[in-house]
Design a protein around this ligand. Structure first.
Ligand code: CP
Length: 325
């Protein structure tokens, strides 16, 4: 694994899941693996879970952490090749990525979608430029279209709670007052397609995710029908892909409530958080004993620690081969 940008970077998802379950069981087993190594974290956008879980995972491995908030702490970075930089951006990612690579051993980056230009967002200009110009592994902390660390944590949560070999997992759209990216839902879909689950996506007309993600997946526009027999219900809002970035509906009949959960197979309720209570999900569901959202967020430490370990072990093996260690 050279970078952790999407599920495609993972050779064997089941093998990575096995390693993650080991990390969950014994988080301090590799507490010196990252000694004298540094994790860099760059945030273009806000975060609670990603920021703190990344730091905690690094500490569990004995790593140091340096965080930069673009916008408040750093120069505005240019991502376009050939840009004439006479406007707001002061430094190009070409230099920034190369320079930061001399300070850190692994670099995580969060940069959300602008939701105005679909092609630009789906080209993943910022993350791809960092991958191109950095000389250390890049970890996706949520990009325009993907959030793989969340998906690996989701997979660990499902593995922990599943009661059958092939559980039914329903990803459901839910209303929200603001236009949100498709990243969590795209990523969850591509990871579940590699997992041993029956995946069903339910959303209103006009909210189908990009075809490259939904290919081969059942998409059901009747939410209650989709919920029948579900073992896991994963709620998430996303803005329209077809009418890009638009809010086409805030229909409260899509809110997850106890009536809908009643037709499931006593399903566990999942959400990546942060969540708008009584808009996305009713209190009676998120506060129920079937809600696993807090454990799911706790598994964010597990997912990034598993990924960091992979990079540290790869580097350690290279150094051993070169007889530097
Ligand atoms: N789920 C998630 O990524 O949370 P934050 O935005 O708080 O990091």
């Amino acid at each position: 694994m050279e970078n952790f940008f999407s599920v495609s970077d993972v050779e064997d998802v089941q093998e990575l899941l096995k390693k993650a379950m080991e990390v969950k069981k014994n988080p301090l087993v590799n507490k010196t693996l990252g000694k004298h190594k540094t994790l860099g974290l760059i945030f273009y956008n806000s975060s609670l879970r990603t920021r703190i879980s990344s730091q905690k995972a690094a500490f569990n491995l004995g790593m140091d952490v340096i965080t930069l908030n673009i916008g408040s702490d750093g120069w505005q970075l240019e991502s376009k090749d050939g840009a004439i930089m006479d406007q707001g951006t002061a430094e190009h990612i070409k230099e920034a990525a190369a320079v930061i690579s001399t300070y850190v051993d692994v670099l995580g980056i969060r940069c959300f979608a602008g939701l105005e230009d679909r092609e630009a967002d789906y080209n993943e200009e910022v993350l791809q430029n960092f991958i191109k110009h950095a000389t250390v592994p890049i970890v996706n902390l949520e990009s325009s279209t993907l959030h793989p660390l969340q998906s690996l944590a989701d997979l660990v949560t499902i593995e922990t709670h599943k009661k059958k070999d092939r559980p039914k997992v329903v990803l459901t759209w839910a209303p929200h007052p603001r236009a949100l990216p498709q990243a969590v839902s795209n990523s969850f879909t591509e990871w579940m397609k590699k997992a041993d689950v029956e995946l069903v996506i339910t959303n209103p007309e006009g909210y189908d995710l990009a075809p490259k993600f939904t290919e081969g997946v059942t998409v059901e526009h009747d939410q209650k029908k989709a919920f029948e027999g579900a073992d896991f219900v994963y709620a998430k809002n996303w803005s329209s892909y077809d009418s890009y970035g638009q809010i086409l509906s805030t229909d409260p009949s899509w809110t997850i409530d106890a009536d809908k959960m009643a037709v499931t197979n006593n399903a566990k309720f999942m959400h990546c958080l942060p969540v708008r209570r009584n808009v996305v999900v009713a209190d009676e569901v998120i506060d129920s004993e079937n809600s696993v959202v807090i454990e799911q967020a706790g598994n964010r430490v597990v997912s990034i620690q598993t990924v960091l370990q992979e990079f540290l072990k790869i580097r350690w093996r290279i150094l051993r081969t070169l007889k530097i260690l």
